[in-house]
Design a protein around this ligand. Structure first.
Ligand code: AMP
Ligand code: ZN
Length: 480
């Protein structure tokens, strides 16, 4: 069976063949470190993780690079407003995004290049484009890509060259380019850039890179001149990815990326997510509500990446139940009695069918919805076998456990739930210590201290019940 992917560039689903057999080089456009990432961003990043894990599951040697955008209009403006340097502003956001990625079981990629560490590479690309007459400088020290010199511009997005950039007239006025469709490779420095440390010297003048150039430079430097896969959210097709192609191919003369995959935007309760609608949800918000990371991950994988996905409370509850069913099955099968003389069951067949169905679903343009369905059908049928069987042949049980673990290497749901238990254990320890401290305060008749401890626990969602046998505690009911 072979992997097939929907390639935005070809506008169809194609067989996947990397440049070098057995190896895959991937670049995914990463987050901009100017604020918290929302759950929509994480649909995209969990998808990256799925691609990473599935290609490894299929035996490919994968190099996966995801950048961190730490210099652009938004980060500069925000740093200026707070009166701090760019690095000072972006670092805490980078930390939080990577932490939340960990929480959702997104395995570490091979490298997280930051734009500000690749200025030299960016300058070199611009220089090559100038040398090849694909770019020109303006009076304020900016450099623009000359679209009229690059005939294949527009191929990825399928946009009409004439109309391509009409929405962007404002920025054209700002930097005085020759043609409204040309885009900035380098922006001549401004006082606000200098103030936050976002200005670098270049042969044509001091300034800072354009956002599109950043990704080209990091991808070419860290993955190679021809990427096998380039990933991003659907909003990046134009102009970001169109411009990446123009700059990269203009500079190297080679195909920049063979397959372009774009993730459809997540909606929340049927609506587009935005701060003004008040439905901007972060992973941190959901955790505070008591939603389990595995339930979030399950919901984000519950639709194939190009399909509509509507993130809802009801969906989260269903995801949470599904994860519990999976965990319960994992425990049950591991503990089911075995006997050397147990009669054979259909478990081996079910295990083979599950692996095959999963493989087929994922090969079909990474259909995680169908992949998860294969796993849950296995759980349902295997549960029925366990219901009817007192003891299993040890080989059968082992094979069933192995299949469960194998599919989870890609889906990462059991792995995450098991990790949550570890968190639970340390929470339990903390709660029990606080309960002992509270009992001590009550013995001393220090009611103020005892109440303060109760409040402290309540803040973490822990409810106390004092009874005859002492104090019991529970977590407030939340989803997950
Ligand atoms: P940003 O931090 O805005 O640069 O976005 C980081 C990544 O998240 C990009 O690949 C975006 O395309 C993607 N993204 C932004 N909004 C959404 C959304 N609602 N659903 C899925 N992906 C998104
Ligand atoms: Zn990018």
């Amino acid at each position: 069976m072979g992997l097939r992917l929907h390639n935005t560039l070809a506008r169809r689903t194609e067989d996947f063949h990397p440049v070098v057999a057995g190896r895959v080089g991937i670049y995914g456009c990463g987050p901009t470190a100017y604020g918290p990432a929302h759950i929509g961003n994480f649909r995209t990043f969990v998808f990256y993780d799925l691609v990473h894990r599935y290609l490894e599951w299929k035996g490919y040697q994968v190099r996966f690079v995801m950048n961190l955008t730490d210099v652009d209009d938004k980060t500069i403006r925000a740093a200026r407003d707070e009166g701090v340097s760019l690095g000072h502003y972006t670092q805490p956001w980078v930390d939080r995004i990577l932490e939340e990625a960990d929480v959702l079981g997104i395995r570490r990629f091979d490298l997280y290049p930051r734009a500000t560490n690749y200025i030299e590479e960016m300058v070199q690309i611009v220089q090559r484009l100038l040398d090849r007459d694909l770019a020109y400088t303006t009076e304020d020290g900016s450099v623009f890509f000359d679209i009229s010199a690059f005939p294949t511009y527009g191929r990825l997005s399928g946009r009409d060259l004439e109309k391509a950039r009409q929405g962007e007239r404002v920025s054209a006025d700002e930097y005085g380019k020759e043609d409204v469709r040309d885009f900035a490779l380098w922006k001549g420095t401004k006082p606000e850039d200098e103030k936050v440390g976002a200005a670098w010297d270049a042969p044509w003048g001091r300034g800072r890179p354009g956002w599109h150039l950043e990704c080209s430079a990091m991808a070419l430097a860290e993955v190679g001149e021809t990427l096998d896969l380039h990933l991003g959210g659907e909003d990046l097709i134009f102009p970001h990815h169109e411009d990446e192609i123009a700059q990269s191919e203009g500079a190297t003369g080679r195909t920049f990326a063979r397959y372009w995959l774009h993730v459809k935007h997540l909606r929340v309760e049927g609506k587009k997510m935005s701060k003004s609608l008040g439905n901007f949800i972060t992973v941190g918000d959901l955790l505070e509500e008591g939603v389990s990371p595995a339930a979030i991950r399950h919901q984000l994988l519950s639709a194939q990446y190009r399909s509509e996905l509507n993130f809802t409370r009801a969906g989260l509850e269903a995801s949470s139940r599904a994860v519990r069913r999976l965990v319960a099955f994992g425990e049950r099968i591991r503990e089911h009695p075995v006997a050397a003389d147990a009669p054979p069951t259909s478990l081996l067949d079910l295990a083979d069918q599950a692996t095959e169905a999963f493989n087929r679903a994922m090969d079909d343009d990474l259909n995680s919805a169908a992949g998860m369905a294969a796993l849950f059908i296995f759980v349902k049928r295997a549960n029925a076998v366990l219901d009817a069987t007192e003891a299993l042949d040890p080989g059968e049980r082992e094979r069933a456990v192995r299949v469960l673990e194998s599919l989870d290497q890609v889906l990462g749901l059991l792995e995450l739930s098991e990790r949550s238990h570890v968190v639970d254990a340390s929470l339990r320890e903390w709660v029990e210590e606080r309960i002992r401290a509270r009992a001590g305060a009550r013995e001393r008749k220090d009611w103020g201290a005892a109440d303060r401890i109760r409040d402290e626990l309540a803040e973490r969602g822990i409810v106390l019940e004092d009874g005859e046998g002492g104090t019991r505690w529970k977590r407030e009911e939340g989803v997950g």
